[in-house]
Design a protein around this ligand. Sequence first.
Ligand code: GRF
Length: 216
Amino acid sequence: MARLKLGVLISGRGSNLRSLIKACARPDYPAEIALVISNVPTAAGLAFAQEAGIPTAVVKHKDFPDRASFDAAIEVELKKAGVELICLAGFMRILGVEILTRWTDKVINIHPSLLPAFRGLHVHEQALAAGVRISGCTVHIVRPAVDDGPILVQGAVPVTSDDTPETLAARVLEAEHRIYPLAVKLIAEKRVSIEGDRAFIDEAPAPRAPLLSPAD
Ligand code: GRF
């Protein structure tokens, strides 16, 4: 079966990119990374991609007069690589409404909170300030409003009374690395449908063989 072609957009560390690279290395994983784009030439994640033999491109936002022309330059690279699903992974730019409309339901993002709680930046500080007992991360379809859109998969982690933003971030990040590959897998297996503001996941097909044989 043809594997879903991903374009991963990053700006920095690239640990979520690395979790996707690892998942895509499994022979039974239904997606592959066709291209990694960074708007920051020094992004550490670019090196992971290159080590894995994945094509990379740098598209610097500072080289463009406005958001629409930056987005269009990214789109040219994505199309050249045959990308079918755009995965934002620590990409620190906002994509404009035009590109998101052209790629409706084909752009996903990972955010380090249980959306719709704690959008934007300094998410772990927000969670600690609110005193929540549970935090986590969300993979969602990207809509024009920041950190908004149908929720695909969430991962929850406990918040402890001695947590700092750093310790909480590290715990959430482990969950991120589990749920991003899962969300991509569900999409690649065509098990996701979107209705309005909600995403629905089809159950996995029931196993063909009965658990107990008739003789039992
Ligand atoms: C992650 O916490 C992700 O949820 C957020 O940006 C961070 C990126 O980390 N959107 P990395 O570059 O994937 O390590």
